[in-house]
Ligand binder design. Structure first.
Ligand SMILES: Nc1ncnc2c1ncn2[C@@H]1O[C@H](COP(=O)(O)OP(=O)(O)OP(=O)(O)O)[C@@H](O)[C@H]1O
Length: 240
């Protein structure tokens, strides 16, 4: 896909701020952010620690609210929703992947994914989701029997099994070495290509930016720069 303005806008933030008032000082985690995410794109959000990336991702995913400004998901204004509506929005539309996989240790890979498919509206079978991330042969294994990269791929299978329109990933390779990190990025890339899932990936690792359609750079709670990658590289070509 081409991440161009003619693509449909999925998310739009309008001058959002997030201010933490700790008593003595005010921390502007976000200091006026206008961002659009386009349908089907894979966007990488880059920036130093503390620049506001996670805060923004949590707001897009309906886990948090901005202090001021508006956030739109298509025609719906997330900032006008109550907690119940936000929960429904998350459940129906968003898959999350975090740095630490949050799998249930006493459940197999298949059972971890099935936790989500049991409550989703139109889920894919857990087996299909695990196949998509290259773990079709490990379905009955427990988290402790898997590498970090494999566990993260189970977490990705769990996130995509409900067929979300949006996949929000916060440092998905942050705890992994290059070899296992690449398998995780390959899984994300495959899902983006195969299902057109709009995907945002936060990373500290600048090398990952090359697989994105667009790269959004953060600094001090603001977007410093947005770049469109004219040519992308595949995850297995990434070196870090
Ligand atoms: N609950 C909170 N209370 C006070 N300050 C907070 C809170 N959450 C985040 N912050 C501050 O907001 C700023 C942005 O944090 P955020 O986690 O969004 O940055 P980040 O770019 O994702 O960083 P990292 O890459 O380290 O995760 C930081 O200065 C952080 O200390």
């Amino acid at each position: 896909m081409e991440a161009r303005p003619e693509n449909e806008i999925v998310f739009r933030t309008e001058d959002i701020t997030k201010v933490y008032d700790t008593g003595e000082v005010k921390v502007y985690a976000l200091a006026g952010v206008d961002l659009q995410l386009y349908s089907g794109e894979l966007a990488v959000l880059l920036g130093p620690s503390g620049s506001g990336k996670s805060t923004l991702l949590n707001i897009l995913g309906g886990l948090d609210r901005p202090t001021t400004g508006d956030v739109w998901f298509r025609e719906s204004r997330l900032t006008g929703m109550n907690d119940r509506e936000l929960t429904r929005f998350r459940r129906d539309h968003v898959g999350f992947v975090f740095q630490f996989y949050n799998l249930v240790p006493s459940l197999s890979a298949r059972e971890n994914v099935a936790l989500v498919t049991d409550i989703a509206r139109d889920p894919m079978p857990a087996e299909e989701a695990l196949d998509l991330v290259g773990l079709g042969h490990r379905m009955d294994h427990f988290p402790a029997e898997m590498s970090g990269g494999e566990q993260q791929r189970v977490a990705i299978a769990r996130a995509i099994a409900k067929r979300p329109e949006i996949l929000l990933c916060d440092e998905p390779t942050g705890a992994l070495d290059i070899r296992t990190g690449v398998t995780v990025l390959e899984a994300l890339n495959r899902i983006n290509e195969q299902f057109g899932t709009t995907t945002a990936v936060i990373t500290h690792n600048a090398a990952i930016r090359k697989m994105a359609h667009r790269v959004v750079r953060f600094l001090d709670g603001k977007i410093k720069e947005v770049e469109v990658n004219e040519s992308r590289i595949m995850p297995h070509e990434i070196q870090w």
